[in-house]
Design a protein around this ligand. Structure first.
Ligand code: B12
Ligand code: SF4
Length: 495
């Protein structure tokens, strides 16, 4: 069968397509795990985000798909629905399958859409089995995590145990299936690689627990090295490790760094997400190894620097530093210090706007980011489907905006007991732009040609809505903020 797999074009503030266009790891993994006789094409629509309609029409003509699969996050739901409508109009008999975080956790919303199947949870095995059933006219009843229609009623099969990564159940991703080009991270071709899945923590804002339970499964180092090599052979010079929580087993991660070094794959730039506690408590051995393995940016899940906020976010445990087994407080500064001492850069993941936040507590976090992180990645709590945090915001009546296309993390859609959502977002927007400017020299030292050719566009993006009058102090910055929000609203009209 001909199959077309799509990821959505929607991006958010900290991932401007002018500088960052990453592939979706789920789609190539699905492509690598269907039976070999299918012809699968993968198209990441972020690569054509300003010409979505034309790209879809072209792909439908060239690939002539019988089955379409869409990977969707919550803030992309509206775009996905529009794309589904467009494809249906182009080819009414298509089988349309949706998967990923939003269809898994808000499947009821997709029952009302013009889709044929919803795959909830991990997709490789269910998608393979679905194609087999479609080809042979077989039954859907035994396909785990599959939702399908039967006489106008939706049937939701139970989700089976999570995939065992250890025993080779999941084959390598198939990067050859990609039909669009242009992946980039600050001028270098980027790819994504997974080394594990799952997490045993329970941060209240995170979708992972409801998605797959609290567990941790790992791929063998041989497989990971083969995957990195494959990414490199496909042109990647930067790799984002997309594991949910790679730092859960620090010894294993150190072993992985050694395996990368031994395989001579440490000329690649690596980006990784990390818990502050792992880096703080093991930094002495871990951080130099990471540097040697090629790690360049460490995305630190700081979440917040105030204990009360960490408690609300259920994120105290992963942010605790220890000395001789004793808790000695917040791990963030220690973690940042290890990263900087080893010449790596900190992407500071912070969340501001929790229910009890005041102007002062928000400002404290923004000040902290200004002082200590290299690249800010500050977000607002966002009530994604079926997270514990969503329930709490709902119960306290603090959800201020139900337009899901704005649930992109940098649009404040909730308010606190003391501060309005607009004020929260304004404070972040105002502070963060200047932090980004400050990071330009570091990028220039690493990739001078990219900065020389893209700095103008990047700054225009960061400061969209602002004018010379703002910089000269002749106009209230709230006016620029309002213009920025209007531009952002327009940007969200992808189809
Ligand atoms: C890595 C990652 C990123 C990376 C890389 C993204 C990329 N291009 O791959 C970066 C840092 C860029 C990123 C950014 C964002 N992310 Co993110 N990210 C993740 C993370 C950690 C892992 C995702 C991943 O690649 N997993 C590996 C793949 C193989 O697994 P998978 O995606 O789950 O796919 C499997 C199934 O879902 C299913 N499936 C998926 N698609 C499809 C499609 C079909 C047809 C089928 C059948 C099955 C299927 O099968 C796959 C294989 O088993 C998750 C989860 C987490 N623990 O936090 C969050 C997560 C997906 N991100 C999330 C969000 C919100 C964002 C942002 C909006 C804001 C943010 N928090 O940073 C931005 C938006 C990016 C953009 N488009 O601009 C949310 C989504 C919540 C939701 N309900 O929508 C998550 C769940 C985190 C959370 N808050 O809980 N993210
Ligand atoms: S540690 Fe990371 S992956 Fe684990 S629950 Fe918290 S945010 Fe999610």
């Amino acid at each position: 069968m001909n199959i077309l797999l799509l990821s959505m074009p929607d991006s958010f503030e900290h991932m401007p397509p002018v500088a960052i266009r990453m592939p979706n790891g789920a789609l190539t993994s699905l492509a690598g795990n269907v039976d070999g006789h299918h012809r699968v094409a993968v198209a990441d629509l972020i690569l054509r985000h300003r010409e979505v309609r034309q790209t879809i029409v072209k792909l439908m003509r060239e690939i002539a798909p019988e089955v379409i699969g869409l990977s969707i996050m919550t803030f992309q739901r509206r775009t996905a629905e529009r794309i589904i409508g467009l494809m249906r109009a182009l080819k009414p008999g298509l089988k349309i399958v949706v998967g990923g975080y939003d269809p898994s956790l808000a499947f009821e919303a997709y029952e009302k859409m013009d889709v044929d199947f919803i795959v909830r949870g991990e997709g490789e095995v269910p998608f393979r089995e679905l194609l087999r059933a479609l080809e042979s006219g077989g039954s859907f009843t035994k396909i785990s995590g599959l939702s399908y229609r039967e006489e106008e009623r939706w049937i939701h099969n139970p989700i089976g145990p999570v995939h065992k990564l250890e025993d080779g159940e999941i084959r390598l991703p198939k990067r050859d299936a990609r039909v669009l080009s242009g992946y980039t991270l600050l001028g270098r071709q980027v790819d994504v690689v997974e080394t594990s899945r799952g997490c045993t923590y329970d941060c209240s804002f995170c979708s992972i627990i409801e998605m797959r339970g609290r567990n941790f499964h790992t791929y063998s180092f041989e497989r990971v090295i083969e995957d990195i090599r494959d990414a490199q052979e496909h042109g990647a010079r930067t790799i984002f490790l997309v594991d949910d929580n790679i730092m859960l087993n620090v010894k294993r991660f150190e072993g992985l760094c050694r395996a990368i070094i031994d395989a001579g794959l440490n000329k690649i730039d690596y980006f990784v997400q990390a818990m502050t506690s792992s880096i703080a408590n093991h930094g002495e051995t871990l951080a130099p190894l990471m540097r040697q393995a090629g790690f360049r940016y460490v995305f630190l899940g700081i979440e917040n620097i105030l204990e009360s906020d960490l408690q609300f976010l259920h994120a105290s445990a992963k942010n605790t530093a220890k000395d001789n087994g004793k808790n000695i407080g917040n791990a963030t500064l220690r973690a940042i210090d290890w990263i900087h001492r080893n010449k790596m850069l900190v992407v500071g993941g912070l969340i501001v706007g929790s229910p009890d936040d005041t102007r002062e507590s928000i400002e404290k976090n923004l000040e902290f980011a200004k002082r200590y992180v290299d690249w800010p990645y500050i977000q607002h709590p966002t009530p994604y489907p079926r997270t514990p945090m969503t329930e709490q915001f709902r119960q306290r009546g603090l959800i201020a905006n139900e337009r899901l296309e704005e649930y992109d993390g940098t649009t404040a859609v909730v308010r606190t007991e003391h501060v309005s959502s607009d004020e929260i977002e304004y404070a972040r927007w105002k502070a963060e732009r200047w932090m980004k400017v400050r990071h330009v020299p570091a990028v220039f030292r690493h990739d001078p040609w990219f900065v020389a050719t893209h700095a103008g566009k990047m700054m225009a993006h960061t400061f969209r809505g602002s004018t010379l009058r703002n910089f000269l102090g002749l106009e209230d910055e709230h006016k620029a903020f309002e213009r920025y929000k209007a531009i952002r609203r327009q940007e969200r009209e992808y189809v």
